[in-house]
Each structure stands twice: as C-alpha cells, then as structure tokens.
Design a binder for this molecule. Structure first.
Ligand code: 13P
Ligand code: SF4
Length: 368
C-alpha cells in the first residue's frame, strides 16, 4: 500500500466498456518487456480480449468481482495504481489514482512487493524502471498507446544521427508516452505535468528535438517561445475531437468554460479557457467555488475523476468526430475481470529489459 491513499469514497459509475469500439483497435505484437516466458502463443493471439474467459464475458456481477479483487489484492499484498483514463469502476478501487507524473512518483513510494498498474504499457514499464525490485503487473498486455507506437527507437536513432551529421547541437526531450528504448535515447523525459519546466532546463544554445507528440510540442513552442524539431506523432483520442461539435456546445452553454489537454490539436486548443494535463484540469476546476459548466476535451473517463473531486460542477464531454464522447481503446482494455485475472495468475508481468537501465537514469533525472 501507499503511505496515504487519497480516495476512500465512491460515486455511481456510468462508463461501461460497451462504449468503446473494439473494431477500431489495432492488434499490435506484445511489447518486448512483457513476460513472454509466462505466456503461450495462443494467449497472445487470443489477447484481443485478453485472458477473459466465457465466465468473465458473461454477466458477472461487478460487486462480486470487486470483492474478489480486494481479496486477491490482500492475498498478493499488492498496490493498485490507476490512471485517470481508466473506467470509474477501476479508479474507484485503486489505492492511488493520478496523472502520468503522479503515478510515476507514486510508484517509487509503494511499500508492497507487487504493483498492479491499471493504465497503458508505457506507464507500467515506467513503474518497473523506477522500481526494479518490485513485481509490476499490467491487466492487459496489449494496452498500448498510439503516441508510443508512432516513434520506434530505430527511427528516432536514425533522425538523431542525421541531425548530428548536419552538425546540429540538440537535446532530445521525450514525452513519457514512449517506449523504454526511446526513453533510453533521450536527454529528458517530460509529462503533461512538467513539460514546460523540462523545456526550460534545456540550455538556450541547444536545439530541442521533441518526440513523439507534435500537438504537445507545438503547444510547448507557443508557451515557451522555443522553436523545436517535432516528431510527427499524435494521440488517436485527442486528435479526433470535433471542432464543430465543440462550437455547438459553446453556443448551447455560453457560460461554460472549456478545458483541453495539450495533446489536442491547435484547432481545439484555440477555443479553450484552460490548457493542461489531467492533474492541472483537476486543480483548475477546484479553483471555482461556485458551480460551473465545463466542456472537457480529453479522454472521457476523466469526467469520472472530475465529478469525484469537484462534484459541485457540471461536466460535458467534447464529442469526437465519430462518437458522443472520446474513450481511449487502449486504456479500455483493462477491465475489472482482467484486473481480477491478473491478480489471481500473477501475469502479465513487466520484465526487466537491457534498455531499462539507461531509461531509468533519464526518468530519475527528469521526474523525481
Ligand atoms: P496525463 O494524465 O499525464 O495528462 O496524460 C494524459 C495521457 O494521455 C496519458 O496517456
Ligand atoms: Fe496514448 Fe492517447 Fe490512449 Fe493516452 S489517451 S494512452 S496518449 S492513445
């Protein structure tokens, strides 16, 4: 357990998996740091639905599952960390919920031998890198990230070599949504919570190569005034907010304030009253004493956490171009049933890889 778990109370849940279009998922090969030794190939091929069985696909009472998870958590002496983009039912039973920066820091304070990371692969990998001696489990090994996938380490190494060949002096600043191998090629790691501070740590006489999110990169160019070389990656969730629907919402609720994640493209950010990561959003809405309406341009499960932390306000999801609200299909791979299965079976587990050593040093310098 963590020293002081922040949440104890609960609110009603309203985010079933059914809202996620599984047809939109790309099935990628499992990341190398997953414990292949513990998986049969049919597990991986069958991993579209993860280790779920007929029983877990049937109508299992979520309350029974929660009881089972809590019993297994105690048996395994595990701490559950969950990102704000997980379903409310997972956030509700986590020992700690947070943004990427808080979760990386929280992972270093866990006192139990096992961490179950309810988030995506790069987050669990980060927890492992910062805690080599802990067992780190991830409920679904295919919970990836479009940003991390957009920047393979060999391609980044190629670009760095090309820039060096041109005699350019630069430092590489990498968003935490990236693989360990990419982190190992970096000078700095940033999250939405500390990105401006990290950019300001790069000496003025050096250029900045920013990877992999071009939208966060262009936002950082705006707020810091530093021109950067931007990698061409994007978050598949934040990239598809509908500007038309946002403007329609604004017309319907003229007093509402719009909050947007910096992973959103400029055409969404330009209509926002506040731009910041998920923790920044929580602080921003908490600063309003009177009830307000907020239009929220980030992953839709964030509304659960906003509602939980500042229930006096009303929150409205900004729609995606094809759906009423925008959910991350990678985050949605983690379900209560898979959380139960992973605690019961002790897999999938993040296994230490050679690239972790170098990546760990960059993480520690940047985040701790
Ligand atoms: P933060 O919660 O750190 O803002 O990250 C957002 C995100 O996209 C995580 O995948
Ligand atoms: Fe990656 Fe976007 Fe999903 Fe976050 S919301 S895990 S950045 S695809």
């Amino acid at each position: 357990m963590l020293a002081s778990p922040p949440f104890g109370t609960s609110i009603p849940l309203e985010s079933p998996d059914a809202a996620v279009s599984h047809a939109a998922l790309t099935v990628l090969p499992p990341p190398e740091s997953i414990a292949h030794g513990k998986l049969e190939s049919h597990d991986i091929e069958g991993a579209f639905l993860g280790p779920m069985t007929a029983e877990s696909l049937a109508d299992v009472d979520p309350l029974d599952l929660v009881d089972e998870i809590l019993r297994l958590k105690a048996r395994e002496n595990a701490t559950i960390l969950a990102h704000y983009y997980q379903d409310g039912e997972i956030q509700e039973l986590a020992d700690f919920t947070g943004d990427s920066l808080q979760l990386a820091r929280a992972a270093t304070k866990v006192t139990t031998p096992t961490i179950v990371f309810c988030g995506v692969h790069f987050m669990a990998e980060t927890a492992k890198m910062l805690n080599p001696e802990k067992r780190v489990l991830l409920p679904d090994l295919l919970a990836g990230c479009s940003l991390a996938d957009s920047c393979p380490a060999p391609k980044l190494a190629e670009l760095q070599a090309k820039l060096r060949g041109q005699g350019r002096r630069f430092q590489t600043v990498t968003y935490i949504n990236s693989s360990a191998a990419v982190k190992a090629l970096s000078d700095w790691i940033c999250t939405s919570g500390n990105a401006e501070e990290i950019i300001r740590r790069v000496p003025e006489d050096q250029e900045i190569l920013f990877v992999p999110d071009r939208h966060l990169g262009s936002y950082l160019e705006e707020v810091t005034g530093r021109k950067m070389i931007l990698w061409d990656g994007a978050c598949m969730v934040h990239e598809i907010f509908s500007v038309q629907d946002l403007l329609r919402l604004k017309r319907r609720l003229p007093d509402a304030l719009t909050i947007a994640h910096p992973e959103c493209p400029a055409n969404i950010r330009e209509h926002a009253d506040y731009i910041g990561g998920t923790q920044g959003m929580l602080k921003y809405v908490a600063s309003f004493a009177e009830p307000r309406d907020f239009l929220v341009a980030t992953e839709a499960n964030m509304l659960w956490q906003l509602q939980h932390a500042s229930p006096r306000h009303r929150y409205h999801p900004v729609p995606g171009i094809t759906c009423a609200c925008n959910k991350c299909p990678h985050m949605a791979r983690n379900t209560l049933a898979k959380l139960r299965d992973c605690l019961r079976d002790g897999r999938p587990e993040i296994i230490w890889q050679p690239s972790f050593e170098k990546a760990r040093a960059v993480l520690e310098r940047s985040l701790l």
